[in-house]
Design a protein around this ligand. Structure first.
Ligand SMILES: Cc1cc2nc3c(=O)[nH]c(=O)nc-3n(C[C@H](O)[C@H](O)[C@H](O)COP(=O)(O)OP(=O)(O)OC[C@H]3O[C@@H](n4cnc5c(N)ncnc54)[C@H](O)[C@@H]3O)c2cc1C
Length: 395
């Protein structure tokens, strides 16, 4: 098939990476709903689950072989995340490593790559934290206020981030901070820089992490930076170009998160269909009623359409093509399909949907996140309206 730059890309019609999907599903069987329910109640990190995936090599799938990973295409990493979600598990504890690593891979120096990537590949180093969002600026990322001021061989960090997930479980973090004041830059996107912060040295030395009490177990935190000194060689790429480096990793992030939503949609549709067939009320399976059957069928159609857009975005990404619109659209369509399937499933299960032991309400809460993070649906629509369709900017 062809698109604007006319280089042919190939999209699979059948499901790919069957062996990977089977192996991941086997690991997931060891972590049933009871495991997640207990962690959810205690807001604990799924260490055993993450270790099992790491040991099997699944979390290093996008790291090139020369740095100790398996160097697979994004569709393989997507198949891993999708299977985790369709099995009723949750990949949020470990997905960030797959895309934050890309920023280091594409823009880091050879020395930085040699120093960190092999450790990330073996699991010896966890790079799960990503510090972008701030409490006062939110989606308006280019206006963020956390500062990184050069002082000899160091940068000194001051400011505050919110929703930095997995900070307490990470050794390394990608941090976006301002190196030139906002009123001194030519373009809004200038003056921000990306740093690879070694959190093992930073925690307690100018970096204070506080757990956030959230509606889902996402191990998320707020972080206060008070004169944190980091070595100048923590800078990734060139000073002032950090926003572009972060944006550059976002297509991968969108495609991978879309796979998670696709997995969620598959989970809800399977659970809803099974229950609709087996639950008998008024002398017949409830699935006989169109009020039960049609929402499931409708979610199935939405899910299949989202899957096609994901496959297109992944194929373009792997071919090195610009896939901003496709990556954003597939994230939005898959998140919507998953949310509609979740709502449908809640209804199909009636009162039992609220019983925690069924796992439905936990997945329903977790699925809702993808309407808001890592990018909200409104911001995707604004991107399509303004950058793809050429309508006026709202910001
Ligand atoms: C559980 C969880 C985990 C997270 N993990 C991380 C993480 O690890 N690292 C990180 O950096 N961030 C993380 N985030 C933050 C997440 O990316 C932000 O919450 C999200 O980008 C939205 O920002 P905000 O919450 O400040 O909303 P705001 O920017 O305040 O927006 C509020 C609402 O207004 C809408 N809105 C704003 N401007 C416009 C506009 N121009 N047009 C239309 N609508 C608009 C938004 O779409 C949104 O619906 C996480 C969030 C959550 C909830």
């Amino acid at each position: 098939m062809l698109d604007s730059d006319d280089t042919p890309i190939t999209m699979p019609l059948e499901q790919e990476w069957t062996e990977i999907r089977e192996s991941v599903a086997k690991i997931c069987e060891e972590y049933p709903n009871d495991y997640w329910m207990k962690l959810d109640a205690e807001s604990e990190y799924p260490t055993a689950f993450v270790n099992a995936l790491t040991e099997a090599g699944f979390l290093s799938s996008l790291i090139p072989e020369e740095y100790g990973g398996t160097g697979l295409p994004i569709s393989a990493a997507g198949a891993i995340l999708e299977t985790i979600h369709s099995s009723g598990c949750n990949a949020a504890a470990c997905h960030a490593q797959m895309y934050t690593m890309g920023t280091l891979l594409r823009h880091g120096s050879e020395e930085q790559k040699q120093k960190y990537l092999p450790g990330i590949a073996t699991g010896e180093l966890r790079m799960q934290a990503f510090g972008v969002t701030e409490p006062t600026t939110g989606s308006d990322t280019t206006q963020l206020k956390t500062r990184a001021d050069r002082d000899g061989d160091h940068y000194v960090i001051n400011g505050q981030k919110v929703w930095t997930s997995r900070a307490l479980q990470s050794d390394l973090m990608l941090l976006l901070a301002r190196t030139t004041p906002a009123d001194q830059v030519k373009r809004r996107s200038d003056g921000l820089s990306t740093f690879l912060v070694d959190m093992r040295e930073a925690k307690g030395n100018g970096m204070e992490i506080r757990k956030l009490d959230a509606a889902i177990n996402h191990n998320t935190t707020e972080i206060f930076y008070d004169n944190l000194r980091i070595p100048a060689d923590s800078l990734i790429g060139e000073e002032g170009r950090g926003f572009r480096y972060i944006l550059d990793g976002m297509n991968a992030e969108r495609i991978l998160i879309a796979h998670e939503s696709l997995g969620d949609a598959k989970y809800f549709i399977k659970r809803a269909t099974d229950y609709a067939n087996e639950r008998v009320v008024f002398g017949a399976p409830i699935g006989k009623n169109q009020g039960i059957q049609f929402p499931i069928a409708s979610s199935y159609a939405e899910m299949c359409a989202a899957e096609l857009m994901i496959q297109k975005a992944a194929a373009m990404f792997d071919a090195g093509r610009d896939c901003g619109p496709e990556a954003n659209m597939c994230k939005m369509l898959a998140a919507d399909a998953a949310w509609h399937a979740a709502e449908g499933c809640m209804q199909v299960f009636g009162g039992f949907a609220f019983a925690r032991e069924y796992g439905i309400e936990r997945k329903w809460r977790e699925t809702r996140l993808y309407q808001t993070a890592p990018i909200s649906t409104n911001m995707i629509l604004a991107y399509l309206g303004q950058h793809v369709l050429g309508m006026p900017r709202s910001y």
